[in-house]
Ligand binder design. Structure first.
Ligand code: PLP
Length: 458
């Protein structure tokens, strides 16, 4: 498989180069040059066996089947459920697919556990080493750290804003006891952390000297890994299901759209948002105007501009990279994305519906589902079941699957506010608050942070 940039002017690359590059040199995102047709299973009995069948065309010829099987087996051995992403029924036609059985309790583990193994494999084959640098406000940092902890060829340095992550989130990062994992508390905000990371990448000397790399949500390998659970879930039903997806950077729902392009039996998608509803406005009111980010009970969806939307835009534009680049340049200067009406309608119809919910409705949805079924949702997943209920009421009665993107114990305050008790952490994290933390605090100053990164990874 060869990969092309959504902005049309970067060289096309094979899988391994796309994995390590992240962003294309023209600022675009990598996409496979064509969608492989999903093959019927050759008798896969487990998630890992089906995962290998689904992903093999994307990594060929760089990675062979035996190696991919080995990497997937290792990656998903860290999950606490044998089905990896099990389905749970919550009413007569509504299922929840639990994507939170990985080590850090959020769906990002499904991709990042595999990406960590892929990085280590490709780097050791090439005799190279990288330093992954990232900023986090919570979930991504711990999932990335867990994905690469213990990898021989990767150091990871994660910056987080001092005093501004939840205790669970901080502890999940700072208590990982691996020599290649480094966490840094910055005296500043999440935006300051992101600016420091961007500045380190823009410092070409520093970037080259330290072999900087990233595993943020635009990395193609993350999207690829997420197509698998859409395939396994849809194949479990006799009628093509609708998926309801709590959405932030659009990576998750994009993976579902790709699975359907490949031939997975999926009817359509519901995009759920919190108060940060740019995608919902785009689908329902044709308005893609960026506004300020409002903090909510579902922080991993507090996003203003969904970075992976660029991949869908590229498809909407008939894979015209020049046109995509032009629209995005205009979006950056005006804050408004202008797409021709019938082009958008033709593309979106039959694929995407959307709904947004504020914190009050999110809490009452957690309460409603608990009262009706005894099932406890986290606030991100609750926007998904609320959207599914609202939008599929008028549908034809086919199955609806809401993706549960986080374990409720990751957001105990919101859950307690809704139903009066705090969900318990799973056994492997039960002693999280007794574990020793290992972190350092630094001033919000580029030179200081750069010096620290070089010291830590020497
Ligand atoms: C990251 C995240 C999301 C949003 O996923 P995207 O791929 O960015 O759309 C939703 N819920 C949780 C819990 C997350 O961690």
């Amino acid at each position: 498989m060869r990969y092309v940039s959504t902005r049309g002017s970067a060289p096309d690359l094979g899988f391994n180069d796309v994995l390590l590059a992240g962003l294309a040199t023209d600022g675009g995102l990598y996409m496979p040059e064509s969608w492989p047709a999903l093959q019927p299973s050759r008798g896969a009995r487990t998630y890992v066996e089906r995962a290998v069948e689904v992903m093999l065309p994307f990594v060929t010829p760089d990675i062979d089947e035996i190696t991919l099987t080995h990497l997937c087996t290792e990656a998903y051995s860290t999950f606490r459920h044998p089905a990896i992403t099990p389905l749970v029924q919550i009413d007569h036609r509504h299922w929840v697919q639990e994507l939170f059985h990985g080590p850090t309790l959020a769906f990002k583990d499904v991709a990042l556990q595999l990406v960590g193994k892929l990085f280590d494999h490709v780097l050791s084959a090439r005799g190279e080493r990288v330093t992954i640098v990232g900023a986090t406000s919570g979930d991504t940092g711990s999932a990335a750290i867990d994905g690469v902890s213990g990898c021989a060829n990767v150091d990871i340095v994660i910056l987080y804003p001092l005093g501004r992550t939840s205790d669970v989130q901080r502890k999940q990062m700072t208590t990982v006891d691996a020599p290649n994992v480094h966490t840094v508390a910055v005296e500043g905000t999440f935006d300051d952390c992101q600016d420091l990371v961007k500045a380190m990448f823009n410092d070409v000397d520093f970037r080259t000297r330290n072999q900087l790399s990233a595993v943020n949500s635009i990395n193609w390998a993350r999207v690829m890994a997420q197509t698998v659970y859409y395939v396994t879930a849809s194949e479990a039903f006799a009628t093509a299901p609708t998926f309801s997806v709590p959405t932030g950077n659009f990576g998750n729902v994009l993976a579902g759209w790709i699975a359907r392009e490949m031939g997975a039996p999926i009817r359509d998608f519901i995009i759920s948002s919190n108060t940060n509803d740019i995608l919902t406005r785009f689908v329902n009111d044709h308005d893609m105007t960026a506004r300020g980010v409002v903090p909510t009970l579902s922080p991993s969806m507090d996003i203003q501009v969904s970075s992976n939307f660029e991949r869908l835009l590229f498809e909407m534009n008939g894979r015209d990279g020049g046109m995509t680049a032009e629209q995005l340049t205009r979006f950056r200067s005006t804050g408004r994305l202008d797409i021709e009406g019938d082009q958008r309608d033709r593309f979106m119809a039959g694929s995407f519906r959307a709904a947004a919910f504020d914190d009050v409705s999110t809490l009452s949805e957690i309460r409603r589902v608990y009262d009706a079924s005894g099932y406890v949702l986290d606030p991100h997943s609750a926007t998904g079941t609320a959207a599914a209920r609202m939008l599929s009421a008028a549908g034809d009665g086919g199955p609806v699957i809401t993706l549960a993107t986080a374990h409720p114990a990751k957001f105990p305050d919101a859950v307690e506010e809704a139903i009066g008790f705090r969900p318990e952490l799973p056994a492997h994290l039960a002693d999280l608050f007794e574990r020793d933390e290992r972190t350092q605090t630094v001033a919000n100053d580029l030179a200081t942070v750069q010096r620290l990164v070089e010291q830590l990874t020497r």
